[in-house]
Write a protein that binds this ligand. Structure first.
Ligand SMILES: Nc1ncnc2c1ncn2[C@@H]1O[C@H](COP(=O)(O)OP(=O)(O)OP(=O)(O)O)[C@@H](O)[C@H]1O
Ligand SMILES: [Mg+2]
Length: 380
């Protein structure tokens, strides 16, 4: 077996040198020529056995110009794709540009990504948006609602009279075998610990397989190339129903932290979703939400949770459908707060906030028409 370095001949054909003793032209099928050309461009040594190409080695030949290395070409192509996707940050998704770029880059690199943050801040939505933007298939699995992790993640065994025991693989097993699929493991933090155990090998970059049975010699299914896992988790003191995830499992992820929106972004988001809704009402909704968010962070907080973007959007949708602000809050916000303790309860506190901003809204409507009109003119 000889290792040789390919060089292009003057006539454009590929020729090879074997030591100094022999030079010849390789006449190969089209496929072989492609391999040879690729090897040539990247400066790889190739292996010949009795003149027949049997493989290329990763060892680089000396003195290849840097710009011709395959690795650089691949990197240039990657950077181009990343740049295109990073600049296509969807308008309707509010997250910082750097987080969006990190999310896109992690998907393109086939990383395991953990989106963390409070309820309703856009974790699931961001995962859906990134898959759509880069044109990947998204497979959704809600692990928080799963009672039987083994059948959800692996499948079920049935008994059939004619064929005996039959294994029906789960949609998850089908999904992980699809190259470049994006797999959303939604609410992983609420999953049954058995689901975490099953996912340990799947998410380990050195393993990337799932074992169909608990016995160590059972069949395994490999995760296809380019598959990316995005998990979502509510992590923090606020979320007592969330299980504390195993450190070894968390270590398998890069983390992207999403936060509650600021008032400006929230106003912009709601206005885009409901372009014909009354701007003053939207402003009041965002002020109510912002007040609860600030209150939660204070040392003397009188409420344990803030109003989420999911809720503000629902409030906007109700007011758009003819509910007053107070009615919208009554059906969407108040049920989220405990009323134990009467006047000192969390619910009473939140009601006061809502009333404060609803009154502002009403008084402006009734008495400050001139001011409102001049504001409208300034905006338009
Ligand atoms: N940052 C955001 N940008 C755009 N839309 C958002 C954002 N946050 C929330 N939303 C909207 O609010 C709704 C809820 O968002 P989503 O389901 O993604 O929240 P989540 O963080 O996954 O919540 P949970 O922890 O409860 O699962 C969606 O309709 C989404 O469009
Ligand atoms: Mg979610």
């Amino acid at each position: 077996m000889n290792k040789i370095i390919l060089t292009p001949a003057d006539n454009g054909q590929l020729s090879y040198q074997c030591g100094t003793a022999f030079t010849g032209t390789i006449v190969q099928s089209e496929d072989r020529n492609k391999i040879l050309k690729r090897a040539l461009r990247s400066g790889k040594n190739i292996t010949l056995e009795d003149g027949i190409l049997t493989g290329t080695t990763s060892k680089k030949a000396d003195k290849m110009p840097k710009k011709l290395k395959t690795k650089d070409r691949a990197q240039i192509a990657f950077l181009k794709t990343l740049d295109e996707a990073a600049t296509s940050h969807p308008d309707e998704l509010k997250m910082s540009d750097v987080n969006w770029k990190y999310l896109v880059r992690s998907v393109l690199r086939g990383k395991n990504i953990m989106m963390t943050g409070p309820a309703g801040c856009g974790k699931t939505f961001a995962a859906q948006q990134v898959a759509e933007t880069i044109g990947r298939d998204l497979h959704y699995f809600n692990l928080g609602a799963t009672q039987d992790p083994r059948s959800t993640l692996i499948g079920n065994v049935h008994f059939d009279k004619s064929s005996g025991t039959v294994f029906a693989e789960s949609p998850f097993i089908k999904a992980i075998q699809q190259p470049n699929a994006v797999i959303l493991l939604d609410e992983l933090s609420r999953a049954n610990p058995e689901a975490w155990n099953i996912l340990m090998t799947v998410l380990d970059p050195g393993q990337r397989y799932v074992r169909l049975d608990e016995s160590t010699d059972s069949e395994t299914i490999k995760v296809a190339d380019g598959v990316c896992f995005i998990a979502t988790a509510n992590i923090g003191n606020e979320y007592t129903s969330t299980r504390v995830m195993d450190k070894a499992l968390m270590d398998r992820f890069v983390t992207i932290e999403m936060a509650m929106l600021n008032q400006f972004d929230e106003f912009d988001l709601i206005s885009k979703r409901f372009p014909h809704a009354d701007k003053d009402v939207i402003r009041a909704i965002t002020e109510i939400a912002e007040t609860t968010r600030k209150e939660c962070k204070s040392d003397t907080a009188r409420i344990t949770g803030a109003i989420s973007t999911r809720t503000t959007l629902e409030m906007a949708s109700l007011t758009y459908d003819g509910f007053s602000l107070i009615e919208a809050a009554e059906v969407t916000v108040y049920p989220q707060y405990d009323d134990a303790g009467g006047v000192d309860s969390e619910r009473t506190f939140v009601k006061q906030i809502v009333q404060k901003y609803s009154q502002d809204d009403t008084s402006e409507d009734l008495f400050n028409t001139d001011q409102e009109e001049s504001e409208d003119t300034t905006q338009s």
